[in-house]
Design a protein around this ligand. Structure first.
Ligand code: ATP
Length: 221
């Protein structure tokens, strides 16, 4: 049993972080009564090609994006770890740090649908809950391995995420903001202003560093 409120773990490439991420995280923080949401920028993403901004810069954009929000925390453990960034390793390291706390891995529905391709994906629920942010245009699976997993472990009750430290799947609708990092990068590369898609502090970092402004085929490891 978990005596305290769950810690939400929000991983992503955040290349760059935007209001789609921030609004979802904020709604989760409030609606699920989370103790905090930890933003964990991916060091070296295993499921996609290279990133555009390097890991330090993506982390810096996350830091400036969340600084004014109580309960939002940045976590650089994937930057400090060598090799590909697997979520299961991140969860294991958080579990070591917080042995008795409820942990909830927050993923968008698009990411959730790709879960069976993740490294040791079937071990995630042994360490944490999975909290799925319902994203525009995506339906929860009702068949296949994920359909079965939802049938076994799914819960509509927020309380279940507080009562146990791991093991449940909760799908939660969030306000639909159709913003994607890909579109922001394209927009900046085309010389347009990403204002109002992200906090001004993130936009300032983009302006100051010139990231995304040049050829988008140039990427970082
Ligand atoms: P890209 O366009 O580069 O693929 P992205 O905008 O999807 O990036 P990621 O950093 O890959 O952002 O996403 C991190 C997490 O945030 C994922 O779980 C993803 O599903 C979720 N997410 C991304 N955009 C939104 C959005 N607009 N609303 C809610 N969740 C989102």
């Amino acid at each position: 049993m978990s005596a305290t409120r769950p810690i939400g773990i929000f991983g992503g490439t955040f290349d760059p972080v935007h209001y789609g991420h921030l609004r979802s995280a904020f709604e989760m923080l409030q609606a699920l009564k989370l103790d905090e949401v930890r933003f964990v920028p991916c060091g070296d993403p295993p499921h996609r090609g290279r990133t555009f901004a390097d890991a330090e810069l993506r982390y810096r954009m996350v830091e400036v994006a969340i600084q004014a929000q109580t309960g939002f925390v940045s976590d650089d453990r994937e930057l400090r770890r060598e090799g590909l960034s697997y979520s299961i390793d991140t969860l294991e390291s958080l579990r070591e740090e917080f042995p008795d706390r409820s942990l909830g891995l927050i993923v968008g529905m698009d990411a959730f649908l790709g879960l069976p391709k993740w490294h040791r994906w079937d071990e995630i629920l042994k360490i944490a809950h999975i909290i799925v942010a319902h994203r525009p245009g995506w339906r929860a699976p009702d068949m296949g391995p994920l359909g079965e997993l939802i049938a076994e472990s799914g819960t509509h009750k927020v309380d279940d995420l507080h009562k146990a430290t791991h093991g449940r799947i909760h799908i939660h609708a969030v306000t639909q903001l159709e913003i994607a990092s890909t579109e922001i990068r394209e927009l900046v590369a085309a010389g347009r202003d990403p204002r109002f898609l992200m906090p001004d502090a993130v936009r300032d970092v983009i302006k100051e560093t010139g990231i995304y402004m040049s050829d988008l085929s140039e990427t970082h490891e």
